[in-house]
Design a protein around this ligand. Structure first.
Ligand code: SAM
Length: 503
């Protein structure tokens, strides 16, 4: 009988009851039976297995007994510094480009417990975005534990919740009450709390929230069994906008199949990105090393690069020029933003399924609405590239860059097209631009190495590969680099070293 409870808890909540926790759970079940005046654990099991309000209410009672809600503000400083210095600036920049009038940014704290994580994110955003009042900022905290959610909504915290937080920050964002601190109204209004069970694919409470740009799910999977983590990951992936990020606890995703994500490794944390794009797959004679997705290296200080003068691009400066194509969305298109996003996601899915003509039909409809969207132009470029229409692919790729010159992927696409067309100089030029934007983009060095080899410039080829080796040496050897191919850092390193030896 008891195993039945363990199994049911796992299926319903994802929570894994470890053998050492079994006696405590048994006692909790007995206590619940007594309180509910049930004759036996079997009757309690039946109650949990039923559908309807009574069963749901009992699950709520049980969940607050078996979940761990420990949380505090700005938990894991390293991850918060990656958020502050890398991910959020990128997302903020991207969203500004997409809708300069009133940018939107949506963040999801999944398994938010009593709300410390969600409020920390709201505080961080208001620190990072000077004009945040002109943004549509939403942070949604979700949890399976309604009691924790209620506490989160109230927004009162004791000193222990601020164990790592600077006093000035507490005074700036909280009001002192008798014994606690209350989150300020202006931060609280950015945050919503809702019930959501991560292992259930459908989230009726969450549907109006649609897609998010960043999902944070930390210290939740540690309590889950493997299959539940797998299910939750699928859900999170589907909830992320293309280009959106997931941050999880440091070892919480160990052993999971993460190939659908692009992995970025920073010294403080690994992060997982839903790819904005696939890549064109040009037929290459060079070894596999020239077809990797961009990988951002953890090293913060760029290694010195020896680049030719045209690589220092005045046009891609720290303050990017405004996109040329930025008519107000409302002037040109009556589709709601959520619907546009959903159509683009559908087209992206068709693209990933290699249904290029169908994907093209969908994006063409959107293009007719004159939407100045980076994602749309870039996706159109990739579709054309995969259909072999290099000219429109190149045109749409260039227009995507006009809309957002700071995203590296289109430069790779244009580099591949240029190479297909036999224009090696142009291909090198785009790869150098990619390096300018992301000095640690491994694939750019690998690809430049092979282009220089093609041109017989072995000195430069070696330089590129040496940089690639330095970048790779800072990665965990078993980290996967390319989605689909299951290649590890160690394998790529071996290939590049071999190249160096042979030249
Ligand atoms: C330790 S807290 C983590 C809080 C916060 N993320 C942090 O890192 O400080 C774990 C939370 O996960 C929630 N949780 C457990 N199972 C869940 C599920 N199936 N769906 C959503 N939340 C769940 C628990 O209720 C609990 O509040």
């Amino acid at each position: 009988m008891f195993d039945g409870f363990v199994q049911r808890i796992s299926t319903t909540t994802g929570l894994q009851i470890r053998p050492q926790d079994a006696p405590t759970l048994r006692q909790k079940i007995i206590n619940r039976c007594r309180l509910l005046r049930l004759s036996s654990p079997e009757a309690y099991y039946e109650l949990l297995s039923a559908s309807g309000t009574e069963s749901f209410r009992e699950w709520q009672a049980l969940i607050s007994l078996i979940t761990t809600g420990e949380s505090y503000f700005f938990r894991d400083r390293g991850q918060f510094s990656v958020l502050r210095d890398r991910l959020l600036p990128e997302l903020i920049q991207r969203q500004r480009q997409v809708s300069p009038e009133r940018p939107t940014l949506k963040i999801w704290s999944a398994g938010c417990s009593t709300g410390e994580e969600a409020y920390s994110l709201a505080i961080l955003l208001t620190e990072l975005i000077a004009d945040w009042q002109n943004w549509n900022l939403t942070i949604v905290g979700t949890d399976i534990n309604q009691t924790a959610l209620e506490k989160a909504r109230q927004g009162f915290y004791g000193d222990w919740s601020f164990r790592w937080v600077d006093k000035t920050l507490i005074h700036r964002y909280f009001e002192r009450t008798k014994e606690e601190w209350k989150i300020s109204h202006q931060i609280a209004k950015l945050v919503q709390f809702r019930y959501d069970n991560l292992v259930e694919y459908f989230s009726p409470n969450f549907n109006d929230f649609a897609q998010v740009d960043l999902a944070i799910c930390r210290n939740v999977f540690v309590y889950f069994d493997f299959a539940a983590i797998e299910r939750s990951l699928q859900k999170i992936y589907q909830r992320l906008n293309p280009g959106g990020y997931l941050i999880s606890g440091h070892t919480e995703l160990q052993g999971q199949n993460l190939t659908q994500f692009q992995i970025k490794v920073f010294p403080e944390s690994v992060v997982y990105q839903r790819p904005i794009v696939g890549r064109t797959e040009p037929d290459r004679t060079q070894p596999q090393i020239d077809s990797f997705l961009p990988l951002v290296n953890p090293v913060k200080q760029p290694k010195p690069l020896i680049l030719s003068p045209e690589a220092t691009l005045a046009s891609v400066s720290a303050s990017p020029k405004q996109p040329k194509l930025t008519p107000k969305k409302t002037e040109t298109c009556s589709l709601p933003e959520e619907e546009i996003q959903s159509l683009i996601t559908q087209a992206e899915l068709l693209f990933q399924q290699k249904k290029y003509p169908q994907a093209l039909t969908l994006v063409t409809e959107l293009l007719e609405k004159k939407l100045p969207l980076f994602e749309l132009f870039y996706l159109t470029a990739r579709i054309h590239a995969n259909l072999g229409n290099l000219k429109p692919a190149s045109d749409y790729g260039s227009r995507a860059i006009e809309l957002n010159p700071l995203i590296v992927e289109p430069y790779f696409l244009l580099a591949h097209i240029a190479e297909e067309e036999g224009n090696i100089e142009q291909a090198k030029h785009y790869l150098k631009r990619a390096i300018y934007l992301e000095p640690h983009t491994l694939s750019a060095y690998l690809e430049l190495g092979s282009l220089y080899t093609k041109q017989g410039d072995m000195n430069r080829a070696r330089k590129m590969w040496q940089i690639a080796v330095e970048l790779l040496e800072h990665q965990p050897p078993q980290a996967k680099i390319e989605s689909g191919k299951e290649t590890t850092v160690a394998e790529v390193l071996a290939m590049v070293r071999k190249n160096l030896k042979n030249t």
